[in-house]
Design a binder for this molecule. Structure first.
Ligand SMILES: [Zn+2]
Length: 535
């Protein structure tokens, strides 16, 4: 009985200390400042962006974190803005088919890398879904040499047959369904270019979205020498145009699509030649990741790091909506940034940890996860010494919840670890409401997952304390419709930040668990990015 009482007393004491460590007023102060019009929407490579970077660096210095980049809190991130010049666009088809493809009605093409001239002139090879996935015993390429070829590929991942419902995650999107994967696989195989055949149902969006997203300037990192040679161009083709070309060559797109839904699929040389060329204007910008380090107390374990991240950037100044042109990004992601500052404070001034903690406020998330990708490719400590990444993209401003959403919870042991941590608090992880949308691949933790680090993004669920069922989902829909990526994503003084304290406290506890453990989180068997040996 006495032992039990002592345990209960200690438990209460720990709870009280924990509650004091993350302060509501601290989160609110950072959130209000970072969301203010003064910062002009925090776009990378703007005055507002530079003010944000300097604010974060000053906070890390004040909190006593070590500068994590050779004595500096800033890691320079070069960003190239590459715009295809429409008047120079050529997309001619010869050989077994003849056509002049119109931009952007039939094809949308953009540079495969930051370069002023994009070109490829080669045979078109149909490669099905363009997927090589050993864990699913699936290989669309079948060792065909596609060096120098232009590849025609289907959108999304192969559909799971009824006999094998878990293939490629079933209804959930795997990385193999993302267009980025298809381009990267084509690069690894030395292809000259790649065209994705659009299909509204399988893409989840119509052709106008393709035009709106890619028939405009693209932001990218200068090509890293660690990566294979880039494609000459990347692009999409309408289903109609692809079917027309293939028909001229005696091939049937519907038949090819059916063939591609099987492991026995083999790539098809079409006998069609494509000649693609266009010029680009390239503008070089630079922004910064803001990085700090809390050294661990153990001389050996301190070489190992827990990486905490949140993107500081947002969209800047843009088209006015209701007279407001500043895209403040209060929720996206001043909130996560404020949480990570409060978390850094608690970690730097709290109990010692065996392992070290790396804190990264990454830039250019809104330009395509560029800051996190740059950090993953140019790590401040060796990738093999990074134990896990915990990311916050959108903090809770609506009050305490009984659940969390954890992007990537089924992909590594971090999911079960978080579930066990919050269970005693009467909390649970809610499953991803939209696994088919592939959100796991659309936030900064993904850049770290891709280089083999078990990674999750942690946010609130939708079961709010003191609110009726459905209220949380309704709030989320209201945000998506009226404020997401709009000037209306603004700070509100009536936001209930008790949920932010709750969320940040959980991440604080999880960070300590990871930092004091001798165990490494592990990927699930079917995860795409299992830590490779010798990394
Ligand atoms: Zn965003």
């Amino acid at each position: 009985m006495r032992i039990l009482l002592t345990a209960v007393t200690l438990g209460l004491a720990a709870t009280v200390v924990g509650a004091q460590e993350i302060k509501e007023r601290e989160i609110r102060a950072h959130l209000e400042f970072l969301s203010s019009d003064l910062l002009e929407g925090r776009a990378p490579a703007t005055r507002g962006g530079a003010l944000t970077e300097n604010y974060l660096a000053a906070q890390l210095r004040y909190l006593g974190l070590e500068p994590a980049n050779n004595g500096s809190y800033l890691q320079r991130v070069p960003i190239d803005v590459v715009a295809a010049e429409r008047s120079t666009m050529r997309a001619a088809v010869r050989g077994k088919a003849t056509a002049t493809l119109r931009y952007p009605d039939d094809v949308v093409l953009w540079a495969g890398s930051s370069t002023t001239r994009s070109a490829a002139n080669a045979e078109l090879v149909f490669v099905g879904y363009g997927v090589t996935a050993p864990e699913f015993r699936w290989d669309d390429y079948k060792n065909l040499d596609v060096r120098g070829k232009i590849l025609l590929v289907l959108v999304n991942d192969p559909p799971a047959p009824s006999a094998e419902p878990a293939l490629f995650g079933g209804n959930a999107m795997t990385y193999y369904g993302r267009w980025t994967y298809k381009f990267e696989e084509a690069e690894r195989r030395g292809a000259a270019g790649m065209l994705i055949v659009h299909n509204t149902e399988r893409a989840g969006y119509g052709w106008p979205t393709v035009v709106g997203s890619w028939a405009k300037e693209q932001r990218m990192l200068p090509r890293s020498p660690q990566l294979p040679a880039p494609l000459g161009f990347r692009g999409w083709i309408t289903e109609q145009s692809a079917a027309d070309l293939l028909r001229q060559a005696g091939l049937d797109l519907a038949r090819l699509r059916r063939d591609a839904e099987s492991r026995s699929f083999r790539p098809v040389n079409t006998g069609i030649t494509m000649d693609v060329a266009f010029s680009n204007t390239v503008q070089n910008l630079e922004s910064h990741n803001v990085v700090g380090r809390i050294p661990g107390s153990d001389s050996v374990a301190s070489k190992e790091h827990i990486l905490l991240s949140a993107h500081w950037d947002h969209l800047g100044i843009g088209p006015a909506v209701n007279g407001d042109s500043i895209y403040n990004g209060a929720l996206d992601n001043a909130s996560g940034t404020a949480n990570l500052l409060a978390l850094s404070h608690a970690l730097a001034h709290g109990a010692k940890m065996r392992r070290s903690v790396l804190v990264a406020f990454v830039t250019a998330e809104e330009s395509g996860l560029l800051g996190s990708e740059y950090l993953a490719l140019n790590p401040l400590v060796p990738t093999a010494q990074i134990v896990a990444n915990l990311n916050v993209d959108g903090g809770n401003v609506l009050g305490e919840t009984r659940d969390l959403t954890v992007l990537g919870d089924t992909k590594s042991s971090l999911g079960p670890q978080i579930a066990a941590l919050i269970r005693p608090k009467g909390m649970r992880i809610s499953p991803d409401a939209h696994p088919e949308r592939g959100y796991f691949y659309r936030s900064d933790h993904f850049a770290f997952a891709k280089v083999g680090i078990p990674s999750v993004s942690i946010g609130e669920g939708d079961d709010f304390v003191g609110r009726p069922a459905g209220w949380g989902a309704q709030q989320a829909d209201d945000y998506t419709t009226h404020r997401y990526h709009q000037p209306g994503d603004e700070y509100r003084a009536d936001w209930d930040l008790r949920g932010a304290v709750q969320l940040t406290t959980i991440i604080l506890e999880l960070t300590r668990e990871l930092a004091n453990s001798a165990v490494w989180p592990e990927w699930a068997q079917t995860a795409e990015f299992r830590r490779r040996p010798n990394m």
